[in-house]
Design a binder for this molecule. Structure first.
Ligand code: ARG
Length: 435
């Protein structure tokens, strides 16, 4: 039986019933839906809008439902229209007429808006914990190899020598910004739409501050129309999640490059790599590739939400039921990726000798060679040209700046002295820049 059965002469068509139903997606919000209903019922009781004994029966009945659903003793009815309908109907089956009073002064429109905010608040907290774990893993990996020097790149060309730990620090910074964005969005989201009713509020003397406080919100929404039809928080969060995926994808791309034979800067732990069905020698970075690939899903979720919202007139429209599929998928995907990324990173072995070897090739200290001459009083542009000439001579002779004889240096510029070699040593270059 539908909630709206009074107005209708026919049962809903089975095909469209499935099409219309969202319980497969919103069923996961059962605890938040019940928490919201408990707060609403307690407020209705406190304000004398429903009798005290009905209020008590509702709260007790909801408590039992929550425990049974959490324990798996009660399963969701896939034919129910949504989680809100299912719980109200179950409650009424159990406690009778008192259950029919629960929806006084409330609509599923303010109810669902409340539930999503509560559910996503929990998701944000859990994700923040995972991101903090990732940041700790990056820091720990850098600390394991404090002196490891590697080539820093621009255009994927060897540019200047850097510390491996500083390379990881760049990712730490990205994920710290992600944490900040999630915190901002979660704070903005933390206002209660409960009491907005279907769109125009309610004529009952409800206490919105009371339900907001009971549910841990910082306050309640000012506009009832906006309260039921705002999904900015889903979009903001999926944008923040998209950036997490951009950062995870960039990190994955580097790990994929680094574990190739062309680089061999790292070795992934066997437990976090995969083999090939045909090529016995292969050890593939599938997890990192999947993370890189899954970024597209999360960007798609963001695009879906933006597109879903852009043409909607005020206030609630059923289009908005699509919000949960998108934002839940975005959270699920990011959280799954982090579950793989953190141990993959924590267990990988770094090969500092290979990093150093790569840094020692490619004239990565040519800028420092120019800086040496600047120290002798030359203008930078002249020093740059002299250093470039030396690089050209090295290439012609098959040498490096470290192995090119001092006589060649002095031939290009007489200001060079024997101490140039100490000046352009990789570690000296790194230390001087105090990254
Ligand atoms: N399942 C709906 C959703 O997720 C709940 C709100 C339904 N409201 C309505 N007026 N049909 O958006």
């Amino acid at each position: 039986m539908k909630l709206w059965s009074g107005r209708f002469q026919k049962e809903a068509d089975k095909t469209t019933n499935d099409f219309n139903s969202s319980i497969a997606t919103d069923g996961r919000m059962f605890a938040e839906d019940i928490d919201g209903s408990v707060a609403h019922a307690a407020m209705l009781g406190a304000k004398g809008i429903i009798p005290a004994q009905d209020c008590a029966a509702i709260i007790a009945g909801l408590g039992e439902l929550k425990a049974e659903l959490a324990a798996g003793a009660l399963t969701l009815d896939p034919d129910a229209e949504d989680i809100h309908t299912f719980i109200e109907q179950q409650l009424t089956v159990r406690i009778g007429d008192a259950g029919k009073r629960l929806h006084t002064g409330r609509s599923r429109n303010d109810q669902v808006a409340t539930d999503i905010r509560l559910y996503l608040r929990g998701q944000c907290a859990e994700l923040r914990e995972q991101l903090t774990g990732l940041i700790a893993a990056l820091r720990a990996k850098g600390d394991e190899y404090p002196g490891a020097v590697m080539p820093g790149y621009t255009h994927l060309q060897r540019a200047q020598p850097i510390l491996f730990a500083n390379h990881l620090l760049a990712y730490e910074e990205m994920f710290r910004r992600d944490l900040g964005r999630l915190e901002d969005a979660a704070r903005r989201m933390n206002v209660s739409p409960l009491g907005s009713g279907a769109l125009a509020g309610t004529g009952y003397p409800i206490d919105r501050a009371m339900t907001a406080a009971a549910l841990g919100f910082d306050g309640f929404t000012a506009s009832t129309l906006d309260g039921v039809s705002d999904r900015d928080f889903c979009i903001e969060l999926s944008a923040a999640l998209s950036l997490v995926m951009v950062h995870l994808s960039r990190l994955s791309e580097e790990l994929i490059l680094w574990c190739s034979w062309e680089f061999k800067f790292i070795e992934l732990d066997d437990a976090f790599a995969t083999g090939s069905s045909i090529m016995p020698q292969k050890k593939n970075p599938d997890l990192a590739e999947l993370i890189r690939g899954k970024s597209g899903r999360v960007f798609g979720d963001l695009m879906g939400l933006l597109t879903m919202m852009k043409g909607l007139p005020l206030a609630y429209n059923k289009d908005m039921q699509e919000d949960k599929d998108a934002i839940f998928d975005a959270f699920d995907t990011v959280r799954l990726c982090l579950t793989a990324a953190v141990p993959m990173l924590a267990t990988m072995t770094v090969l500092p000798e290979n990093m150093r070897k790569a840094a020692a090739a490619g004239f990565i200290n040519a800028t420092d060679c120019a800086d040496y001459l600047v120290g002798k009083g030359l203008p930078f542009r002249d020093a740059y040209k002299a250093s470039g000439t030396l690089v050209a001579r090295c290439i012609a002779a098959g040498l490096t700046l470290e192995t090119l004889p001092l006589a060649e240096y002095r031939d290009v510029c007489p200001d060079f002295e024997a101490d140039v070699f100490a000046f352009i040593a990789l570690e000296a270059c790194v230390i001087r820049r105090q990254q």
